[in-house]
Design a binder for this molecule. Sequence first.
Ligand code: FES
Length: 230
Amino acid sequence: MDTQNVILHARFAPNGTVVEISERPDGLTPQAWFNFLSDKAGDVYQTLAGGRGVFRLTREELTALKQGPRRSRPDQPEERVMGSEEIDVFVICASDEIERGGAKAFSLSRLDASGESRPFPIVVIRSHDNAYVGYVNACPHDGVWLNIGSGDFFTQDRAFLKCGRHGATFEIDSGLCIGGPCSGKNLEPIALAVVDGEVCLCGERLVEDDRPFSAFDDHDETMEIMIHPD
Ligand code: FES
């Protein structure tokens, strides 16, 4: 088994489209390769500042993934590779709305596989070294919001994320639970890109819900739901 680690770098244009991504198979557009990786390996994607992001894979995983995408033929436009869908990119907030070492929750709605609108609570964390990571705001133990109760996402020393219900703790950069009733499980990651000073959510089909505000309004403070009832 080839366990050598490979880091694939993605770079985004100001409008959120993928400009380039490394290890791109011949015949795939950068956007198509990013979409494919997000779908198959979204859990190892990390958002970086400056309109960049990385996938961390082993060489073996990368080799297997490269077999997956259909390649374009010379007589086919590249846009038809892996379908003609463009990736959905939604602005969540301005990047400086989250302080370094802080986190913010957002209550969104997305379409599930059957086309139904479902609540989609997320949390976006900004690390001290200015990387942004995001997770579905649901504890793997019992599904509650991590910030249930006190509204805080962090352990007292702020070194880990924690669940306010039974105290499970999670690594901030990986979402791995390292203590508590769901030890060994992972928070569900979301794909973020920081583009032109804005934190964007990639690859989700967001929808407006019944609340009296639009979840699509960039900077609408009412879309932030910070304290959830216990
Ligand atoms: S619900 Fe999170 S630890 Fe139990």
